[in-house]
Design a protein around this ligand. Sequence first.
Ligand code: BYC
Length: 330
Amino acid sequence: MYTPELGKPGAAAPVSRRGEARAFVAAVAARVAADEFIEPKDWMPEAYRRTLIRQISQHAHSEIVGMLPEGNWISRAPSLRRKAVLLAKVQDEGGHGLYLYCAAETLGASRDEMTEALLAGKAKYSTIFNYPTLTWADIGAIGWLVDGAAIMNQVPLQRTSYGPYARAMVRVCKEESFHQRQGFEIMMAMANGTPEQKEMAQDALNRWWWPSLMMFGPPDADSPNSAQGFRWRIKRDSNDDLRQKFVDITTPQAEFLGLTVPDADLRWDADRGHYDFGAIDWEEFYAVVRGEGPVAKERMEARREAWEDGAWVREAADAYEAKRQARAAA
Ligand code: BYC
């Protein structure tokens, strides 16, 4: 069913703000049920627009800041093949950031505003990228666990209600799936290598496991944005459901690698048909969200430096565009 009441010329104006909000929720539900999306030129409540800008820009920042931990290993990759693969992977993450910034721009946010919010510490990015990459095995663990967690969260976002965001996720998920496999392949090589290499793989799993579970966000009961996110069909699966799915899929993969998940409480619960797992350190999560992560300062310094160093490129592009327009006008 198409929803003609949404942003169409001649549609009756909603009578009150509450009526307007209810009508929009119903219109979104109908669009989504018909496999359609809310599009940039449709009418939308200001709060929906602001929520999307928040999530999409934070998602974009995560992709861009997320280039740093792995970028750190490009010059030290153990072979030319590994270097070429890692270079391509990090470049893909940059591409994801750019699609996502474009998606947020369709909502009226400018690239400058979004970047300034990141650099001023007003906009968040995923906690996971505030941890250091200490050994080559960390590159395997990031692909396997971090990209694995990202896919779990992004596959449902292909059905999020805002068209440009949902469509960006289609390509992002295809690429993340390649990233996850390349990470797992590195872990396989390390886990089946020398005892020292296997130890490095285990150490990387020990350090990245819990931060990966935190990527899904706070428990549902403590998630302030979830209820409205579900009503607007921005969010399609809950933080806890996706986290459980990740544990269920990843635990047998660790067993296959011959590695031990660093959780003494992890066990299969036949009645639930899921793995039970231990308590997450939410104090650590909130501290990292507040900007107190182990390498948070270095991450922001690197982004600030890149933004400042790139100023001449932006100025040159603006000058070229002004010249092109002047020529076209003449
Ligand atoms: N880190 O009410 P909640 C990648 C914040 S990158 C930091 O549950 P929501 C990759 C949350 O923003 C892919 N902050 O919020 C790249 C909120 O604060 P605000 C990254 C977090 O939005 C390079 C507050 O906590 N993926 O794949 O309903 C190399 C309360 O949370 C985190 C995305 O960005 C966190 N982990 O749900 C390799 C996914 N978790 O904003 C790989 C897109 C929560 O109200 N985002 N917060 O001040 C989402 O799906 C949702 O925003 C979340 C949170 C599930 C993360």
